[in-house]
Design a protein. Structure first.
Length: 665
C-alpha cells in the first residue's frame, strides 16, 4: 500500500477548504445575537480543534458538515451528516456507532510503516511484528478486519484473559503472526496455548507470576511440547498519568527482577531455558510523555540483554501498549494528549534497543508492540441527537402594575443601572438582592409570584452583565462563574455509562462537536446531560488547547430540525466497559467501507432491544406481558379500563419490549 505520510503529526498537510469567501451563509438566521458577523468553517475548525485531533480522518467541508476520509491521505471522503441521514432512512435509530473499517486499516498501515521506516533509518537488524490487544475492542467484525488488514505485516493478537485467548485462537489465521498470551493463567489456559502450537499458531506464553512458571513446566512435561515462553517485567521506570500504576515495584502485574532470576533458574533446572524467548513490559496506557517511554525501553533493553547473557534464547522484545492518542490535539504531555508522534515512538524504540544490543553483542530482537488505543480509537464515531435544552431565561419581566416589594424594586434598579463601568458591582448587588428575596420568601414575607419575579429579575441582570463580560478582554475572577451558571443544558439521547464510560469514571476527554451547521456561529454555551437518572450522567469537560473547558459551544436548536453531535476517538475500551445503568443497552452500530462508488454498509449490528436488556437481569418478556395482561383483564372486569385502552396498553408494552432502549424522535 502506498502510504507516504507516516509522520502523522508532523508534516501535516494543512486541510484546505474549498469554500470561497462568502460561501457560508450569514449567521442572521440562527440565533439571538442579531449583529453577528458571518461565521466561517475555519472558525469552527479552530473552535473544535478538529485539525488537531482529527487529522487525517476528520475535517469540515464547505457545507459546514464534518467529513470523514477513512483512508486518510489516500483519498475518498464522505459527508458524515449525509451518511447519518441515509442511515436513519434505513431505520437505524440514534445513538448510532459508525465504524470505518478503512480507518482501522490505515492505523495498522501507519504503525507498521513507522516501524519499517525506523528500522530502515537505524539499520536495525531485526523486524517488527505488532499485535493487537483484544481487550481494547473484542467486537467480532473488528477483530476479523484487524486480522485481515494485518496479514501483509504478520500482525498478531494479544490475549489478556482466557476468553480473549479463545477469540484470538479462533480468529488469528495469519501464518507467522504472533499470539501473545498475557494475563493471569491457570493450567487450562497454559495447556490450551501450548497445544495451539501443534495447529500452527505461534502462541508465546508470557509468565506474569512465579506460579505460572511451575504450571508451564508441568504442562510442557505432560504434553511433551517445547513451549514458547516470555516473562513480563515489573519495571522501575514509571508510566505517568492515569494508568501509570501498571509499572513500578508494587505494580499489579509482572515479575520483579529477583523473581525473573528465579524464573530463569527454575526453567534452567527443567531444561526449558531455551523456551524463554521473550521479554515483555507494559508501563500503562496513554503514555503522554515520550521521556517515560524512553526510560522504560532503556531499562527493558538492559534486562533483555542480561537475560540473553544468562543463557535464555532471547528472540523478542515486547514493549506493550501505551502509544497514546491525541484526544485534544494539543501535542502536549497533558493526559489527553501526547508530546510525540507515532514515528518518534518507533524511532526511540528501535534506536534504544539497537544500541543496547550492539553494546552487549546480543542479537537484535524482533520488536513487538501491543498498541491498542492507537489502533482502535479513530475507527468509530458515535452519533447522537439532542432531545432538548434547558436555558435560563434572561428576558426582563414587565413592570408590575402596583407598587412592588422593595427587594423587587432594588432588583429593577440594579438591572437598569448595569453599565460597562459598574457591571462587577452590579453583579454582586444582584446576587445579594436575590439571596435576600429568597430569605424573605422563606420567612413568609414574599409571595410565590414575587419570588418568581425576583428570580426572573436576577437572571435578567445576569444576562445583561454577561453581554458586557463577553466583550471584555479581561474578566475579573468573580465573574468567571457567570458563564457556567448561565450555561445551557443540552439533553442528549445517550447514556454516558454505556457509550463513554471513561468520561464518567475517570474524566477522560473525547472530542465532541456538532457534525453539521459548522458554517453557523455556535452561540450557546452548554454542558451535556444524558438520559440516565443519575447526576453523574453528564459531560461537563471538553477538550481545549489549554487544559480543558467547562462548556461546549453549540448551536441553538431549530424546532423542526434534528441536531446531531459526534463523539470521536472512542473506539478503544468504551464499548466493552459500557454498562447497563438505567438499562440503556448497546447502541446500534454499522460498519462502513469505502467503495469505488462511495461507500457500502458492510454490517449492521442492531443495538439491544428492551427484551434483551431485561433478559440480562433475568426478566422474561413473556412473563412480563402476561403480568400486564392479567392486570388489564382484572381492570376490564371491574370496568376500570375499556377494551380499546387495554389493547393500547398491551400493544405499547409489547412494542417497547422489541424496541430500542433509547428515545426515538
Ligand atoms: C491494556 C494493555 C495494552 C494496550 O494498551 P494501549 O495503551 O491501549 O495500547 C497492551 N498490553 C497490555 C499488557 C495491556 O494490559
Amino acid at each position: 500500500m502506498g502510504l507516504d505520510s507516516t509522520t502523522e503529526d508532523i508534516d501535516i498537510k494543512r486541510f484546505t477548504i474549498e469554500a470561497q469567501e462568502g460561501d457560508t451563509p450569514s449567521a442572521q438566521e440562527n440565533g439571538s445575537l442579531g449583529d453577528r458577523q458571518s461565521w466561517t468553517i475555519e472558525q469552527s475548525e479552530e473552535l473544535y480543534r478538529i485539525n488537531g485531533w482529527g487529522e487525517p480522518y476528520f475535517s469540515i467541508n464547505a457545507a459546514g458538515h464534518v467529513t470523514v476520509s477513512p483512508k486518510g491521505d489516500r483519498g475518498g471522503s464522505l459527508d458524515l451528516f449525509e451518511l447519518v441521514q441515509a442511515l436513519r432512512k434505513r431505520n437505524l435509530g440514534l445513538p448510532l456507532l459508525i465504524r470505518f473499517s478503512d480507518i482501522l486499516q490505515d492505523r495498522i498501515e501507519r504503525l507498521n510503516a513507522c516501524f519499517s521506516k525506523a528500522i530502515a533509518r537505524y539499520k536495525y537488524p531485526g523486524v517488527y511484528r505488532g499485535v493487537f490487544p483484544v481487550k481494547c475492542n473484542q467486537q467480532k467484525h473488528l477483530i476479523a478486519d484487524l486480522v485481515r488488514f494485518g496479514q501483509p505485516h504478520k500482525f498478531g493478537l494479544e490475549a489478556g484473559s482466557k476468553p480473549e485467548l479463545l477469540i484470538a485462537l479462533a480468529s488469528l489465521t495469519t501464518p507467522g503472526a504472533l499470539l501473545i498470551c498475557n494475563g493471569y493463567k491457570d493450567q487450562e489456559y497454559i495447556e490450551t496455548a501450548m497445544l495451539a502450537q501443534r495447529v500452527g499458531q505461534r502462541p508465546i506464553i508470557v509468565l506474569e507470576q512465579l506460579e505460572e512458571v511451575d504450571i508451564a513446566i508441568a504442562a510442557s512435561r505432560n504434553l511433551g511440547i517445547q513451549p514458547l515462553l516470555g516473562v513480563r517485567a515489573k519495571l522501575t521506570s514509571k508510566g505517568i498519568g492515569r494508568w501509570g500504576g501498571s509499572s513500578g515495584d508494587r505494580a499489579k502485574f509482572g515479575l520483579t527482577v529477583p523473581e525473573i532470576v528465579q524464573a530463569v533458574d527454575r526453567l534452567q533446572e527443567a531444561d526449558l531455558l531455551s523456551s524463554l524467548q521473550l521479554l515483555h513490559f507494559h508501563i500503562g496506557s496513554q503514555i503522554s510523555a515520550i521521556s517515560a517511554i524512553k526510560d522504560a525501553i532503556r531499562e527493558a533493553s538492559q534486562i533483555y540483554v542480561e537475560l540473553a547473557k544468562l543463557g535464555a534464547n532471547m528472540q523478542y522484545l515486547d514493549v506493550g501498549g501505551g502509544l497514546a492518542v491525541d484526544y485534544d490535539g494539543s501535542k502536549t504531555n497533558f493526559h489527553a494528549s501526547k508530546n510525540y508522534n507515532m514515528q518518534n515512538y518507533a524511532n526511540d524504540i528501535v534506536a534504544e534497543v539497537k544500541e543496547a544490543c550492539e553494546e552487549a553483542q546480543v542479537h537484535a530482537p524482533t520488536l513487538i508492540s501491543e498498541s491498542g488505543r492507537a489502533i482502535a480509537s479513530h475507527q468509530s464515531v458515535l452519533i447522537f441527537d439532542v432531545l432538548g435544552t434547558s436555558d435560563v431565561t434572561t428576558a426582563l419581566p414587565p413592570p408590575a402594575a402596583n407598587k412592588e416589594h422593595l427587594i423587587l424594586r432594588n432588583l429593577y434598579e440594579t438591572y437598569h443601572s448595569i453599565r460597562v463601568d459598574n457591571y462587577q458591582e452590579a453583579y454582586h448587588d444582584a446576587i445579594q438582592f436575590k439571596d435576600e428575596a429568597i430569605s424573605l420568601f422563606n420567612f413568609g414575607y414574599l409571595s410565590l409570584r414575587d419570588r418568581s419575579r425576583a428570580e426572573q429579575l436576577y437572571w435578567a441582570c445576569c444576562g445583561k452583565i454577561q453581554q458586557i463580560v463577553r466583550q471584555q478582554e479581561y474578566v475579573p475572577d468573580d465573574l468567571e462563574e457567570l458563564h457556567k451558571i448561565m450555561a445551557s443544558i443540552y439533553y442528549i439521547n445517550l447514556s454516558v455509562f454505556q457509550s463513554a464510560p471513561d468520561s464518567w469514571a475517570i474524566d477522560q476527554l473525547f472530542p465532541i462537536m456538532p457534525i453539521h451547521r459548522l458554517d453557523e456561529e455556535p452561540t450557546q454555551r452548554a454542558t451535556l446531560a444524558d438520559l440516565t437518572c443519575d447526576s453523574d450522567g453528564k459531560i461537563h469537560q471538553f477538550i481545549d488547547l489549554l487544559d480543558v473547558k467547562d462548556l461546549l459551544e453549540l448551536h441553538p436548536l431549530k424546532p423542526t430540525e434534528p441536531y446531531y453531535l459526534g463523539m470521536f476517538l472512542g473506539g478503544a475500551y468504551q464499548e466493552i466497559m459500557g454498562n447497563l445503568h438505567n438499562l440503556f443497552g448497546d447502541t446500534n452500530a454499522v460498519h462502513i467501507k469505502m467503495s469505488p462508488k462511495g461507500y457500502q454498509i458492510e454490517h449492521v449490528v442492531k443495538g439491544d432491544t428492551m427484551t434483551e436488556v431485561l433478559g440480562y437481569v433475568q426478566y422474561d418478556a413473556e412473563d412480563l406481558v402476561e403480568s400486564i395482561r392479567k392486570q388489564t383483564e382484572g381492570a376490564l372486569q371491574d370496568g376500570r379500563i375499556t377494551l380499546e385502552e387495554s389493547q393500547r396498553l398491551l400493544q405499547n408494552y409489547e412494542q417497547s419490549l422489541s424496541g430500542y432502549t433509547y428515545l426515538s424522535r
